[in-house]
Ligand binder design. Structure first.
Ligand code: SF4
Length: 559
């Protein structure tokens, strides 16, 4: 709401989003400051004094919005917390068995070797959700203030466009836009440095990148959506540390993606499908494709006798090195998925996200010592990344996702050659590619697909799955999904693309209603699992995902 008085609170360093990048960054910064101050006290040097570090998080608790079953390289965790085992780090298992396969509609062809990029020897199967729920209290105990239920609603700038903090979201605004009795205005959180670790397609990061043109000269970011379930299988059937990846069915050749299956502790199996958000067919429905994947004879057999417990969906940035925005500037740093620190070839980002947080922390520590927070000072963060294994890892796969623009077969050939040439491939560096939504083709009169026939044992409709994500939003608030021009939905989108929001949203948020002989969009925002697919894939780019009232969204467990 405009024109209301807001309290201003000052902190030294503000992290937005309590994901792996922010928690690692906040912890590292606290460690650096403590070590410096102890040294200063011993040697009579200049102490930094009390430095406040604050993390705000939109979920109802730390970890509530974390969704990523993953194979993790734990090098940063080890560096930050050498006693991670003693502290009970929830690592499910070291990788024990790997399977890389190609699926046809009914068959499975297992690769005789594990392709080197997919070799996970020495890595660990983790639930990011469990990891963050464990790490949050450790970071807090180290002296970092973490505030759940505090969404960032707007970036605050001074007159010179220096970022000076974040305005948090209001509470108690009704769906008519009017304040209710419990109205609490959001505060202006002012900081010397604001660190955006909002994850994939962060709502504040998006606006910051646009305003300061941080993506100038970069490839447009491209994303994938991952849709997953956690299953409990009969006792003894799940081998902790088992990792399977597949290509092929049910994805058509022109659609990027593949499956993942990870064996966890306590008979839990993490199973999901990643679908590139640069597909052609506007009827593409990642949730439906995932249900088809589970019904494949080999996968159905694996899940036989089991029970689906949890559901989740999220997007990941796949554009890689050439799609990274400029990730530092006057008063700010971007870390983790918000700055595209993800290796799309290996589908791994947690260690890169954490490492980016650690490098940002090092740069901010030096900025605190110099008492300077401008672009020139914070460039140190970029220099640390560029001089590290992070740059090397991202640079080696800088053309990986682009290779698949011409389809899976060509993508496999070209990415194989890239592996040999150190990343360049046969076409050199692939710049100026299209944004993902620009690949969507018009429907040309093709009818909507028939509704999914879910058996509710192996396959589930979207609403049943959403129930298993424990999603909650107060119904009496404005929708956080802003359709900037609803006329486009009915006047153009219905005809041109068949309202693809109905298909790409994995949570049945979007419907198109027939009203008085016409159509209009209906937005069931309370189902939203915060995956951001709609903000990314809408062909007209007229869906703006903004943060809902604090605490709203999924409450993921074990995902
Ligand atoms: Fe994801 Fe958008 Fe659907 Fe929410 S409304 S679940 S962000 S696609």
């Amino acid at each position: 709401m405009e024109n209301i008085e807001r309290e201003s609170l000052e902190v030294d360093v503000l992290f937005v989003g309590a994901g792996p990048a922010s928690l690692a960054g906040a912890l590292k910064l606290r460690q650096l400051i403590n070590a410096h101050n102890e040294q200063a006290e011993k040697n009579g040097g200049k102490s930094l004094g009390e430095i406040s570090i604050c993390v705000i998080e939109k979920g109802r608790e730390v970890g509530a919005h974390m969704c990523s079953g993953a194979v993790m390289d734990i090098r940063v965790l080890k560096e930050l917390l050498p006693n991670y085992e003693e502290l009970g780090a929830p690592l499910e298992s070291e990788v024990t068995e790997e399977d890389v396969s190609y699926l046809t509609a009914t068959g499975k062809i297992k690769s005789p070797i594990i392709p080197p990029p997919l070799n996970n020897h020495g890595k660990y199967v983790v639930s990011l959700n469990k990891l963050i729920r464990w790490l949050g209290p450790i970071v807090e105990a180290a002296g970092v203030d973490i505030y759940p239920e505090f969404p960032g609603a707007a970036v605050l700038y001074d007159d010179n466009n220096q970022v000076i903090g974040v305005q948090t979201g209001d509470k108690g605004i009704g769906k008519d836009g009017e304040p209710r009795d419990n109205f609490e205005p959001g505060a202006n959180l002012l900081a010397k440095v604001t660190v955006f670790g909002e994850g994939s397609r962060g709502s504040l990061t998006k606006k910051l990148v646009e305003k300061l043109k941080l993506d100038q000269g970069r490839n447009p970011q491209v994303y994938s959506t991952g849709v997953k379930e956690i299953w409990e299988l009969p006792k003894g059937r799940v081998k902790p540390g088992f990792v399977m990846h597949s290509l092929g069915y049910p994805l058509p050749n022109d659609t990027y993606g593949g499956s993942f299956i990870y064996g966890m502790q306590n008979d839990l199996l993490d199973i999901g499908l990643v679908v590139g958000l640069d597909y052609r067919n506007p009827h593409t429905d990642p949730h439906r494709l995932f249900q088809q994947f589970k019904a494949h004879p080999h996968i159905a057999k694996m899940l036989e006798g089991g029970k689906m417990l949890y559901y989740g969906a999220k997007t990941v940035p796949m554009g890689g090195y050439f799609a990274q925005p400029k990730y530092y500037g006057d008063g700010f740093c971007l870390i983790g998925d918000s700055a595209s620190f993800l290796n799309s070839q290996k589908l791994k980002g947690i260690h890169l996200a954490m490492q980016s947080g650690v490098f940002a922390a090092q740069a901010i520590f030096e900025a605190l010592l110099a008492d300077k927070y401008d672009d020139a000072q914070l460039k140190r963060y970029y220099d640390l990344v560029e001089g590290s294994y992070v740059k090397q890892e991202l640079y080696e796969v800088r053309n990986f996702h682009q290779a698949f623009e011409k389809g899976r077969i060509w993508g496999l050939i070209e990415s194989g050659l890239q592996y040999i040439t150190g990343g360049a491939g046969i076409r050199g560096d692939l710049r100026n590619v299209k944004a993902g939504h620009e690949h969507m083709q018009k429907i040309n009169g093709a009818p909507d697909p028939a509704p999914l026939q879910a058996d509710k044992k192996l396959t589930f409709d979207k609403l049943t799955d959403v129930y298993h994500a424990s999603v909650e939003h107060s119904e009496d608030q404005p929708s956080h999904l802003k359709i900037l021009d609803p006329n486009i939905c009915v006047e153009r989108c219905t005809k041109e693309y068949g309202n693809p929001c109905q298909h790409f949203c994995p949570a049945a948020v979007y419907e198109v209603e027939e009203v008085n002989g016409g159509r209009r969009p209906k937005v069931n925002f309370s189902n939203c699992v915060h995956c951001k697919t709609c903000d990314i894939m809408d062909p007209y780019q007229i869906i703006d995902w903004v943060t809902p009232e604090g605490g709203g969204g999924p409450n993921y467990i074990n995902t």
